[in-house]
Design a protein. Structure first.
Length: 214
């Protein structure tokens, strides 16, 4: 069984502008909680949307909840469109992805993207309860299986993946591995497919998060 050393996180602080490879400081703890490691602008396969994806690491010793607010901005820094995303549970020391999805027609005048983060400590992280196994299929899609190793139900087993070709991002995909709505039952497992519309890639980066079933 392959345990994915995943990238998932959450944080607590006031709104902060984040630049590439920056570290986000948590106002409540005074620690450098979040380090941004990569940022990608990725066109969706439908040709109608663009996602701005950030990859970061939780450098604190606390499990965190992180919200992100992404804006498409003009060359003057004016926001044209703002969208939001959240990872509710990110284990201390793990990495994670957050993204903003934009309709291309809404960002025709955009010159760049910016984002801010909010964070807070959470007690609801159940990351260690679930193992993730990934198998590449003959059609190049990924079969991703979540295995709940405990007798208790967990929730929000969110998997996020960036696909690469020659080091450049070519696609993004996400799925929930719940076997009963958004819950993954105790000692249960569930498999979903990622990258079903993607034919050509040579690498991928996968992260996941797990929460209490509340």
């Amino acid at each position: 069984m392959k345990k994915i050393l995943s990238f998932v996180i959450s944080i607590t602080t006031a709104m902060i502008f984040v630049a590439s490879s920056a570290t986000v400081s948590n106002a409540k703890t005074g620690e450098n909680d979040i380090k941004i490691t990569d940022e990608y602008e990725i066109a969706d396969a439908d040709g109608l949307h663009t996602r701005y994806v950030i990859i970061a690491t939780n450098n604190s010793d606390k499990d965190l909840e992180v919200s992100a607010f992404f804006s498409a901005v003009t060359s003057y820094g004016d926001a044209i469109k703002t969208v939001s995303d959240c990872e509710n549970t990110v284990k201390a020391g793990q990495s994670f992805m957050l993204y903003g999805q934009f309709k291309n027609r809404d960002i025709e005048d955009a010159a760049d993207f910016s984002y801010t983060l909010e964070s807070e400590i959470t007690e609801n992280c159940r990351y260690d309860s679930v193992d993730i196994d990934v198998q590449k299929n003959v059609d190049n899609s990924l079969s991703v299986t979540g295995i709940n190793n405990t007798s208790e139900d967990v929730s929000s087993v969110n998997v996020r993946t960036v696909f690469f070709k020659n080091g450049s991002p070519v696609a993004f995909d996400t799925v929930n591995l719940g076997d009963s709505a958004f819950s993954l039952q105790g000692e249960g497992s569930n498999t979903q497919e990622l990258g079903m519309l993607l034919e050509d890639y040579d690498d991928y980066l996968l992260t996941y998060s797990v929460a209490d079933d509340m």
